[in-house]
Design a protein around this ligand. Sequence first.
Ligand code: SDX
Length: 428
Amino acid sequence: MAKTAQLRIGDQTIELPMLEGTEGERALDISRLRAETGYITMDPGYANTGSCQSSICFINGEQGILRYRGYDIEDLASRSSFLEVSFLLIYGTLPTPSQLDYFTHSIRIHTMLHEDFKALFSSLPKDAHPMAACSAAVGALATFYPDSLDPRNSRQVEISVHRMIAKLPTIAAYAYKHSFGQPFMFPRNSLEYVANFLHLMFANPCEEYEPDPVVVKAIDLLLILHADHEQNCSTSTVRLVGSSMVNLFAAISAGINALWGPRHGGANQEVIEMLAAIRDEGMTARQFVERAKSKDDTSRLMGFGHRVYKNHDPRATIIKKACDDVLAKLGVHSKLLEIAKDLEEIALKDDYFVERKLYPNVDFYSGVIYNAIGTPANMFTALFAIGRLPGWIAQWVEMHGDPDMKIGRPRQVYVGENARPFVPLDQR
Ligand code: SDX
């Protein structure tokens, strides 16, 4: 294949270097375009624009393929654990037993928060959305650890990474406990990561609590499935904010805010609220699908569609199966799951969705499991953030490992007023 493409603008022809990735993805390098032609490109939503070369996550949206560091998501989902996948994403290889022990131990002993965090949470309204509380608390981590904020100091980066992974579940659980006035629980170092999170969320000082192994395994699976996803909105946010050389905590706090949006990670909360509304208003699945198609109705079939997947999202396929398994083991019958399956069956045969290649995405079924274990809907996106955290970190570390890293600063095409004279107030 030619190594360059030719671009002719008027009587000028320039050569654009061509890149090809290890999975055959191809790109035109336009980094010299403005210098050589005065032109920039325009690509709202960056649907055709690559921001980086990355070795972390690969998606083939046409074939419904998702891999972390070359391992198929199906293999990792059935054979790995969330902390092992976190190590894989951040450090690039599956850990040896001793590496995994060190990583797991280091995280386990950093799960506690400084006691002053209780004052931070108690200053928030009871109905504060957990994502607002999480982004505020994660940003505040930078004030408690001023000695480990340098993104170019490998020792400081390692301790910040471990602290971040260790403390986000505690922060999320504090946000939940604060919302209904229950005391914050201390982490239990005798529990592994997900079991500890469930303890922080659902235990209370008045009675014994042992996390259900079925629930632990289901949440661990969901965290694996959410762990990374190329340059999605929140990951691109972490990279852009991180490119200013700000500390990891600030970049992750920004990523949490991007994920909160209903078009992104906030969709999992929107899905369960959509399913509950269909149930409570006595709508049929067909009636709602017709609303989602109508240009006169702002409703969307939340949890459907994806910028990259134009075939099944492999994560949705795995989660749908997990729903049946987990709910059967818990002895839970979910009307919401029934409605979700009806919606999917109708939409996948409907021309509107077929023509637009709209399939269930990761958010469509995940909330059914979260709901079945008693997690409130406004905590769903916080669980998404706990899952996506190692991916954000891995991408942030990869960016800082690039010796050519530049601050992210897109251009624009100005379409405002041309130069005009100032008019004094008494003449307007
Ligand atoms: C995540 O990027 C990632 O990788 C994200 C993520 C990750 O792991 O990080 O996978 C996680 O964010 C999953 C997506 C969660 N969001 C939702 O489920 C919200 C519902 N879906 C959409 O709003 C939408 O599908 C997006 C945002 C996911 C994708 O939007 P695009 O690619 O910009 O597509 P679009 O909004 O331009 O829609 C194209 C057409 C439009 O119709 P027309 O103007 O052509 O007539 O499809 C329609 C849209 O109206 N459409 C939908 C729809 N999604 C798109 N119509 C009804 N229901 C939907 N869900």
